[in-house]
Design a protein around this ligand. Sequence first.
Ligand code: BJW
Length: 248
Amino acid sequence: MDSVLPAAEALGRARRVVVFTGAGISAESGVPTFRDDLTGLWARFDAERLATPEAFHADPDLVWGWYEWRRARAARARPNPGHLAVAAIEARVSGTVVVTQNVDDLHERAGSRAPVHLHGSLFAPRCVSAAAHPAASGEPDAEPGEGRRVPPPRCVHCGALVRPGVVWFGEALPEAALAEAVEAAAGCDVFLSVGTSGVVYPAAEIPRVAARAGAFVVQVNPAPTPLDPVCDVNLRGTAAQVLPQLVA
Ligand code: BJW
């Protein structure tokens, strides 16, 4: 593994930092990633049947039940030392922007002020009508069964089905969030990519934007990713092990 020292020193000097996170940062909180071989969600579940608008249209109860199961697990999870270190970077460097692909709320619960959510949130359901009325998220069941079908609620404003407030394959990312992330990446001194496989676009373009703009790019991931060649430093370890060393 590259030494943490150059990354820690670059962070110490930086005025503008972007921390870009993926599912790996929440893995040590017990929230499963998507693409890890044995434990990733896509090893056990079919993305086409669960994470597309077509899937929700075809079988809303299956999709809503799956997301309710995941929402309950995320609600039970606790931030780990990786999330806490990200909040510490933010507290130390005022020009820090946290950009996450994650749909959990562990950055917020670790103390990050306003993470930019590129792929939405498990806790912000909305109706499927063009008005996209926000719906109450409600308390998740304590013990929702995996694979249990649950009929989605109806919108109290227009009666349309309520859907999870996440970004599925084939859907556009929230425009303002993507614009903020790209602008922050283009203007930062240090870009820290944590726990993402870097294969889902357009999010995966964001570290490349930072690299092209001349940022010092650091990656924290126990496994190699397609982002390795873009990074100045590759720290091969887990988020909870490595990130605290960067703020020690
Ligand atoms: C650890 C660790 C530890 C483990 N510590 N690390 C260009 C080329 C090819 C395809 C496309 C393209 N542009 C668009 C596409 C299509 C598609 C796409 O990218 N497909 C690829 C998969 C091929 N993209 C889209 O469809 C996007 N929309 C779009 O492009 O719209 C165009 C449009 C424009 C205008 C109008 C209409 C349409 C949308 C993408 C949405 C992604 N959604 C998901 C699901 C969200 C909801 C849910 O949670 O169910 O987002 S998919 C899933 O992948 C989720 C994640 O945010 C995303 C990224 O995954 P992530 O976070 O990187 O996790 P993993 O599991 O992949 O990796 C974990 C990493 O952590 C690993 O590297 C581990 O080693 C590591 N790790 N433990 C640190 N302890």
